[in-house]
Design a protein around this ligand. Structure first.
Ligand code: NAD
Ligand code: TYD
Length: 386
């Protein structure tokens, strides 16, 4: 990795990196440190990956984006119609655990960046069966890391691997405090444990092979094209179909919500401007309990749907709690704001309004998802909850 190292040293790496994996080198807000020409995006047919591709493909016409996605239940090419015929975009259906395929893509596309979204991403599914979470999130990440390391070992060009992770790796907070980059990991669900393992692998590659990564941990995203297994789209789907709206426990758990388009802008900023081997936490600084969130969401739904009948909040049903339910997440996003000048453009109110309007206008998209797989998942997840 010697030549790789010298290439990367020109990318503002801090030679005095402390033992902690936090690198606090402040690049100037205007400086563009890295401008990739050929990017492998994994999981680009999912919720955040598709929002990211719709953001970057038109914005960087000189850069080629290859979307590698297995199209699991969560992947949907219907999320990408806006960019599917762009000259700088192509799609490959395949699995990130397929080392032969991944190596051949590196050989044919000469990627200088990987933006790695592909994952099993739903906590409740990980409780039902963790197997796919370890296969995709841990083994799949290892396959990508090895392919990138091998492809880049003798390059003299700047290259980087952006690993997308979650705040859930840090565990659960009480009423006070925030996660910081140096908060010890304490994953408590199979999903969080698999993401934590992947994060550790990425950083271990950094330490052992001087591998050029950047890593981001993000809070709960919401917005257009989110699969209706997660809280916000599930509430909107059930409200539209006049079904009970399940709230786990007493609805007191707190999440920090980030509008997905703001997340995509933050990811683009980090890929281009963050120092190598750095971690940034990306939060919306919009903490709210689940029950308060659902009340806000349903009153917006009634307003925008023009409903004058009984309020949708009447559909709220308290059901048995998620096992090991993390109480609260909150992130200290000061470093990304101070170092890189990113700040979310949407507060919770404006983001929720856009989201409700989008789901109301895109019933067809939603209908396409409500297939047998979804209905049988829904039945398994909710029929026993009482
Ligand atoms: P998602 O479940 O909507 O999409 C995942 C995508 O990955 C799908 O298109 C799926 O087909 C694809 N995929 C799954 N397994 C694959 C495999 N083996 N090979 C290739 N493709 C595969 O997920 P999301 O909500 O868009 O999350 C994207 C990333 O962001 C994940 O890594 C997740 O852990 C992380 N994240 C999500 C949130 C959130 O609120 N959604 C918050 C923090 C971090
Ligand atoms: P979710 O969207 O699954 O995201 P995460 O578990 O990654 O935070 O859930 C958000 C919160 O909403 C979480 O505290 C669990 C809760 N929840 C419900 O109360 N009812 C539901 O039907 C779902 C899916 C989630």
């Amino acid at each position: 990795m010697r030549q790789l190292k010298s290439a990367r040293e020109s990318q503002s790496r801090n030679p005095e990196r402390p033992e902690s994996y936090t690198v606090r080198v402040a690049p100037t807000k205007e400086s563009i440190l890295f401008s990739p020409r050929s990017v492998l995006v994994t999981g680009g047919a999912g919720f955040i990956g598709s929002n990211y591709l719709r953001y970057v493909v038109p914005r960087y016409p000189e850069t080629r984006f290859v979307n590698l996605d297995a199209l699991t239940y969560a992947g949907n090419l219907g999320n990408l119609t806006a960019i599917e015929s762009a000259d700088n975009y192509s799609f490959v259906r395949g699995d990130i655990t397929d080392a032969t395929l991944v190596a051949s893509l590196f050989a044919s596309h000469a990627f200088d960046a990987v933006v790695h979204f592909a994952a099993e991403s739903h906590v409740d599914r990980s409780i039902l069966d963790p197997t796919a979470f370890v296969t995709t999130n841990v083994h799949g990440t290892l396959v990508l890391l090895q392919a990138a390391r091998d492809a880049w070992k003798s390059t003299s060009l700047p290259v980087r691997f952006h690993h997308i992770s979650t705040d859930e790796v840090f565990g659960s907070l009480g009423y006070e405090g925030e996660f910081r980059v140096d908060t010890p990991y304490n994953p408590r669900s199979p999903y969080a444990a698999s993401k934590a393992a992947a994060d550790h692998l990425v950083r271990a590659f950094g330490t052992t092979y001087d591998f050029p990564y950047v890593l981001t941990n993000t809070s709960n995203n919401y917005g257009p094209f989110q699969f209706p297994e997660k809280l916000i789209p599930l509430v909107l789907r059930n409200a539209a179909s006049r079904l009970p709206i399940p709230i786990y426990g007493k609805g007191e758990n707190v999440r920090d919500w980030l509008f997905v388009e703001d997340h995509c802008e933050a990811l683009d900023t980090v890929l281009r401007r963050a120092p190598l081997q750095s971690t940034y936490l990306i939060g919306g600084s919009e903490e709210v309990s689940n029950i308060d969130l659902v009340h806000q969401l349903l009153s917006l739904f009634d307003e925008l749907a023009g409903r004058n009948e009984e309020p949708s909040t009447d559909l709220i049903t308290f059901v048995s709690d998620r096992p090991g339910h993390d109480f609260r997440y909150a992130l200290d996003s000061t470093p990304i704001r101070d170092d890189l000048g990113w700040t979310p453009r949407h507060d919770l109110k404006s983001g929720l309004r856009k989201t409700v309007a989008w789901y109301l206008e895109n019933q067809e998209w939603l209908d396409g998802i409500l297939n047998q797989e979804y209905l049988s998942y829904y039945d398994t997840q909710y029929s026993e909850r009482g």
